[in-house]
Design a protein around this ligand. Structure first.
Ligand SMILES: *Cc1c(COP(=O)(O)O)cnc(C)c1O
Length: 361
């Protein structure tokens, strides 16, 4: 740091912005292969067809991308049965989420979401100067939608429902969500964050798009980062009714979604059947891990996403250290629990071992 302190005045609200704790890379070791299971990434490498498209697009990086993201927007609209006007893309769904706060919240307005949930929520709230209203999860680590409805005030502008919930895993039911929406004032925007949509078991799936069609104040947030395996390219989108989607497009970073990202997302939509096989394999692995942990005596929430949650409370950091020893980088939340992504088979095997040893320590 330089010794001259600038007089520049920064916004007070920055003091309220929590730092994003990104999963650190797994440090290489000589004695064993290490795995990063801290960021819910897709462990599979890119599909050859997607990689080829990206390589071709890389040859055009001297040009700006298509600012209107036309081709991808049209492909998404066709895929989900909406019009292109109802789609807004962004630099990852977190990028779109930042815009959602910008277009709804003036400083001091309230943003309601469950807690613990996705750690980006308090960050985007604080950045906009919005007041985060965090409603505790219930005893099953599920959204308490009744309490969330009660938390809505005259100042509430935005509500987020994260389903399945990161980092705990359970999803909300369609009945619960519809019952909740019936209580939300029609001028409050409700975001259904479905980052893990593709990992939900059939009997837990909800039709968020049907709910969206029934409610002009609902929008659906989705990403290419998880099931589609494009976390590093930053592309996500929101399905929103026209005035909201239009506002999102106004608020987006110009040219934010690169041509490489646009092309990769298009190619991934086309290759979805191939990607689905990988998602199915990850779901099978999730069931295997959950079953093994249950047999060991762990009581973990029913995860519908590509991770499991260990409600370890004050032992969270000790567990993370034990996992580290075994060559696994997990994501601890001090005093609360540990989130472990479903990764390579070997990583999952090792997670099961670490869990067993930790219980018997
Ligand atoms: C991973 C995740 C996202 C996606 O983030 P991107 O910015 O699209 O990579 C969004 N919401 C939740 C709850 C997540 O866990």
């Amino acid at each position: 740091m330089s010794d001259t302190q600038p007089d520049v005045r920064l916004r007070d609200t920055l003091g309220a912005v929590p730092a994003y704790k990104a999963g650190k890379p797994a440090p290489p070791r000589e004695d064993l292969v290490t795995y990063k299971i801290s960021s819910n990434e897709n462990p599979y490498p890119p599909l050859p067809s997607v990689l080829k498209t990206v390589q071709d697009a890389a040859g055009r990086m001297n040009r700006y991308p298509d600012m209107s993201v036309r081709e991808l927007t049209e492909a998404l609209a066709a895929r989900w049965g909406v019009t292109p006007d109802e789609i807004a893309t962004g630099t990852g769904s977190v990028g779109v989420l930042g815009s959602l706060v910008q277009i709804t919240c003036n400083p001091g307005d309230e943003m309601v979401y469950a807690w613990r949930s996705f750690e980006a929520y308090p960050i985007v709230a604080a950045l906009a100067g919005a007041k985060p209203v965090q409603v505790p999860l219930d005893s099953q680590a599920r959204h308490n939608l009744n309490a969330m409805a009660d938390a809505i005030t005259d100042r509430t502008r935005l509500v987020i429902v994260c389903t399945p919930n990161n980092p705990t895993g359970p999803s909300v039911t369609e009945d619960e969500l519809r019952g909740f929406l019936a209580k939300v004032p029609s001028d409050v925007l409700v975001v259904i964050d479905e980052a893990y949509l593709e990992f939900v078991e059939p009997d837990h799936q909800i039709d968020a798009l049907a709910i969206y069609r029934d409610h002009p104040n609902v929008c659906v947030l989705r990403t290419f980062s998880k099931a589609y395996g494009l976390a590093g390219l930053r592309v996500g989108y929101c399905i929103a009714h026209e005035p909201v989607a239009e506002a999102l497009r106004k608020a987006a970073v110009p040219f934010g979604v690169s041509d490489v990202a646009q092309q990769a997302a298009l190619a991934s939509l086309e290759a979805y059947d191939e990607l689905q096989e990988r998602v199915d394999a990850l779901m099978t692995e999730r069931a295997r891990v959950a079953q093994a942990l249950a047999e060991q005596g762990w009581k973990i929430p029913d995860s519908q996403a590509n991770f499991v949650w260990l409600p370890l409370g004050d032992d969270a950091m000790a567990f993370a250290a034990a996992a580290d020893q075994a060559g696994l980088v997990v994501r601890p939340f001090d005093g609360d629990g540990v989130r472990c992504s479903i990764g390579e088979t070997e990583a999952n095997d090792r997670l099961i071992e670490v869990c067993e040893e930790f219980l018997n320590r």
